[in-house]
Structure formats: structure tokens, C-alpha cells
Design a protein around this ligand. Structure first.
Ligand code: NDP
Length: 458
């Protein structure tokens, strides 16, 4: 009789949990995975995928506007929000099916129910206690709504993806990824969007040039971006919702969306009770092997609040499974993880921002260019692109690549490979551009920007 029911019990069938369970099963482990809702997780069902589909759908509005300069006459275009949502849901159902098949093909047992850890090697699910040699927590995160009067009237990205009608007027609170992405979606589709951000500039943590450049660009897209402004209360009125701002102003809206961050999903998991150390925000504290303070319990993905991105969760899950069940110890490398914000225009970055590199005391050469993309010479659209390289002066190594503009994520992905391989600015310079593209600017930037001290003296 085996000592445990399973070799591995995974809690949460999102990107990280599914990858870990499949790989572990492939290594011969007996694996079960518990999911309280639908297999797929935030990215597939409530995040990246449906959001990107809505970004595509909404961006068509800009393409229609741009068409005139290329000789097209397009009659009054109308948009059917319920149809977009229904088509998006159909695609999510398909992906859900793909995920189910992936699990069953890998021989992973799916248990539909909410699991709770009751001992270092046992969980309770559907009122049954099962034991496992190793437990993996991959429960992701959940949107946080600030504690203001009327908070129950607000929606989050979860509900925004399933609204029956597109709100004519929406207030979006927050200055992070989700806020700017949804502001772009709703604005392109014709909603009057007011975005409130409590700080000095949106996208905290990104390069300062990127932040200010994007703020300018999204304002051109009719997003009423208000900095140093927050919502203090929400009331239901005859006209819909009334949002009171820190400025004292009250604005009417049909929906208020809180994009004010996400918290790790550990509340009902029983982790602290069995001795797993958590951060104050509930994140599971793990080492570089994704192992918690309890040796038999591991965690990957957003629940650990390291780099909260799907491909990172997947890579962490894969490394965990190879390490614990494949006899191939492998740590996830969290350096130079590229990321993107699907704002309109999009943002994508890999490596260090200028600010972060300077904070480390590194002497830098900065290359920066901004220009009107060729397409808009005919479309007439007032949209510019920004590209920036952060280079370590002593070694010539490219430490950071940053872009704001159409297709930025598609372009930065390739640069991420170069940076992972340790590319220098000389390597970029020796690379022939593809003409005419925007991307070629990354290999043709020759002039360093002035030093901050010199700039200040100008
Ligand atoms: P973020 O943490 O990126 O942003 C939260 C925003 O809300 C910040 O601007 C923050 O301000 C503000 N905020 C936080 N608390 C309050 C409050 N009480 N009142 C007012 N404002 C507040 O979270 P998101 O929800 O945008 O996204 C969550 C995570 O999901 C991201 O960290 C990212 O990793 C992931 N994600 C990735 C995407 C991608 O890769 N394209 C897309 C969407 C999400 P401040 O800056 O002052 O703290």
C-alpha cells in the first residue's frame, strides 16, 4: 500500500497548476488537481485571453478611422457588444475544453471542488480527506476593491469581461496594467472613459519615459486620465452611479471599475494553520525552488506574488515538476522577464528601466527615439512610438529595452532572446534592420541621449 493517495496534489487548475500537474504526471507521478470553478484559471478565463480578444475587437475602431487616409470610405460602423462577448465566450469554452483534454491525456485526475490543506501531506476536498506526498498551491489571485462607501457598486475586471451592455460612461480606478488596458478597450468602443490614478504617473515601476509617453498617447484616445485623483465613494442615483473624487467633484457613470490590484488567493486554504509562512498580503513565501516553509508544500504563480505573469507561473510550475518528480533540479530564472501592457498603443519592456538601473548605481548610456510610425503618415492619426535602450557603459550590455507603440509586444519578444543571450549594444548595431519597419529602429539608434545632469543644465 502506498503511504499516500497521490504523489502530487495540486490546488488550482490555472496556467501554473495545469503545467506542473501535466509535467509531473509525465515523469510518472500519480497526480490529482482540484479546481473550485472552471479549469483554465485567471489568464484563460478572466484575464489575458478574453482581455486580448477585447483589445483586438476594440482596436478595429481605430483601424476603421485610419482607413480613410488609404482611400477607403466606410459607412457608419456600428458595434455589437453582446456579440463580441458571446464570441469571446465561445472561444473560452473551446479553450476550457482544450485544458480538460490536456489534463486527461496526461493522466491527471481532476477533482471539481474547493480544496483546503489540513496537514503537511493532506487536503480536504468535497468533505473527503486525501493524502499526498507533495502539495502544490497554485491558486492565483483575486481582484481587490478598496474599502470605500459604495464599493459593492463597483465591478472589477472579472465582471467587465461579461457585461451585458457596454457602459456609455465608465470610471476606471487604478493606474496599473488592468486599468490602462480596459480604459483603452472601452474608449475605443465609444464609452466615455475617466481613469483615476492616485499617484503622480500611471504604470508605477515602468520606465519614466514609457509612463509619460503612454499617458500622452492614451489622452489622445479620449481617455480622461486624472492623476493624483482617487474615488472616495460611489452612490447609486437616478442617473446611474455617482463617483465622488478626492477633488470633491462628483462624476456620473454607468459603471465603476476598480483595477486596484490583486491579492493572493490563500484565505480559505488553511496554510497558516499547518505552518506555511505567508507574507502580510497572504502570498505564500517560497524559496528559489518554489518551496514553502513547509518542505512538502510548494507554490507557484500569482499566489506567491513574485512576478505575476502567466508565462512565469508556467515556467515555475514546469521547473517545480522537473525538480521534484523528474530528477532534473531546475530553478526558474526570474531575470529579464519580458512583459507587455495591452494598452492602445501597447507597451512592452524587458530588463531594467533607466530609473532602476541608475538606482543600482550603474553608469549608463541611454538611446531613445520617438517618431510617427509610417502608417500614420497616411492615416493622419496623431500617434507616436517610443523606443529606448538602457545600456551599461562599462560592458556595453543592453540592460533594458522599452517600447510604446503598435506591436510592441511582438517586437520586444525577440529582443528578450537577445538580452537573455547577453547581447551588447554593438550586437544590436551589427544587426541589419528589416526595412521598412518600426522594429528596425532598435538596431539603428546611434546617438546617446544627454546625461541627466547635462539635460538639467539645458
Ligand atoms: P497593479 O498592481 O498593476 O495596479 C494596481 C493599481 O491600482 C496601481 O495603479 C495602484 O496604485 C492602484 N491602487 C492600488 N490600491 C489602490 C487603492 N486602495 N486606491 C486607489 N488605487 C489603488 O494591478 P492590476 O490590478 O492592474 O493588475 C494585477 C496584476 O495582474 C499585475 O501586477 C500584473 O502582474 C498582472 N497583469 C498583467 C497583465 C499583462 O501582462 N498584460 C495584464 C493585467 C494584469 P499605486 O501605483 O499607487 O500602488
Amino acid at each position: 500500500m502506498p503511504a499516500h493517495d497521490y504523489d502530487l496534489f495540486v490546488i488550482g487548475a490555472g496556467s501554473g497548476g495545469v503545467r506542473a500537474s501535466r509535467i509531473a504526471a509525465g515523469h510518472g507521478a500519480k497526480v490529482a488537481i482540484a479546481e473550485a470553478w472552471r479549469v483554465g484559471g485567471t489568464c484563460v478565463l478572466r484575464g489575458c485571453v478574453p482581455k486580448k480578444l477585447l483589445v483586438y475587437g476594440s482596436h478595429v475602431a481605430h483601424d476603421i478611422e485610419d482607413a480613410a487616409g488609404f482611400g477607403w470610405t466606410i459607412g457608419r460602423a456600428t458595434h455589437d457588444w453582446p456579440k463580441l462577448i458571446a464570441n469571446k465566450d465561445k472561444e473560452l469554452d473551446r479553450l476550457h475544453g482544450v485544458y480538460l483534454k490536456l489534463l486527461s491525456n496526461a493522466g491527471v485526475e481532476l477533482i471539481e471542488g474547493e480544496a483546503r490543506v489540513v496537514a503537511p501531506d493532506a487536503v480536504e476536498v468535497n468533505k473527503k480527506r486525501v493524502t499526498a506526498r507533495t502539495i502544490l498551491v497554485a491558486t492565483g489571485g483575486w481582484p481587490v476593491i478598496p474599502d470605500i462607501p459604495g464599493r459593492q457598486l463597483a465591478i472589477t475586471s472579472n465582471e467587465a469581461l461579461d457585461l451585458k451592455h457596454r457602459p456609455e460612461r465608465i470610471v476606471i480606478v487604478g493606474g496599473g496594467y488592468i486599468a490602462v488596458e480596459f480604459a483603452g478597450i472601452f474608449a475605443a468602443l465609444g464609452s466615455k472613459v475617466t481613469q483615476l490614478y492616485r499617484g503622480e504617473m500611471i504604470l508605477r515601476g515602468f520606465d519614466t519615459d514609457v509612463r509619460t509617453f503612454l499617458a500622452d498617447e492614451i489622452r489622445k484616445k479620449d481617455i480622461d486620465l486624472r492623476l493624483r485623483t482617487d474615488a472616495t465613494r460611489i452612490d447609486s442615483t437616478m442617473r446611474g452611479l455617482a463617483v465622488t473624487l478626492t477633488t470633491g467633484q462628483v462624476i456620473d457613470a454607468d459603471a465603476v471599475m476598480m483595477a486596484t490590484g490583486r491579492a493572493p488567493n490563500t484565505k480559505k486554504l488553511g496554510l497558516a494553520e499547518v505552518g506555511v509562512a505567508l507574507k502580510p498580503n497572504g502570498a505564500v513565501i517560497v524559496d528559489e525552488w518554489s518551496r514553502s516553509s513547509m518542505p512538502s508544500i510548494y507554490a507557484v504563480g500569482d499566489v506567491t506574488d513574485r512576478i505575476n505573469l502567466t508565462p512565469v507561473a508556467i515556467a515555475e510550475g514546469h521547473a517545480f515538476a522537473d525538480t521534484v518528480f523528474g530528477g532534473k533540479p531546475r530553478k526558474m530564472d526570474h531575470a529579464n522577464v519580458p512583459s507587455a501592457v495591452f494598452s492602445q498603443p501597447s507597451v512592452s519592456v524587458v530588463g531594467l528601466s533607466e530609473d532602476a538601473a541608475r538606482a543600482k548605481g550603474i553608469a549608463l548610456d541611454i538611446y531613445r527615439t520617438s517618431f510617427r510610425p509610417m502608417k500614420h503618415t497616411l492615416s493622419g492619426r496623431d500617434e507616436r512610438m517610443l523606443m529606448k535602450l538602457v545600456v551599461e557603459r562599462a560592458t556595453d550590455r543592453v540592460l533594458g529595452a522599452h517600447m510604446v507603440g503598435a506591436d510592441a509586444p511582438e517586437i520586444i519578444q525577440g529582443l528578450a532572446v537577445a538580452m537573455k543571450a547577453g547581447a551588447t549594444k554593438a550586437d544590436f548595431d551589427a544587426t541589419i534592420g528589416i526595412h521598412p519597419t518600426a522594429a528596425e529602429e532598435f538596431v539603428t539608434m546611434r546617438t546617446k541621449t544627454a546625461e541627466p545632469a547635462a539635460k538639467a543644465a539645458e
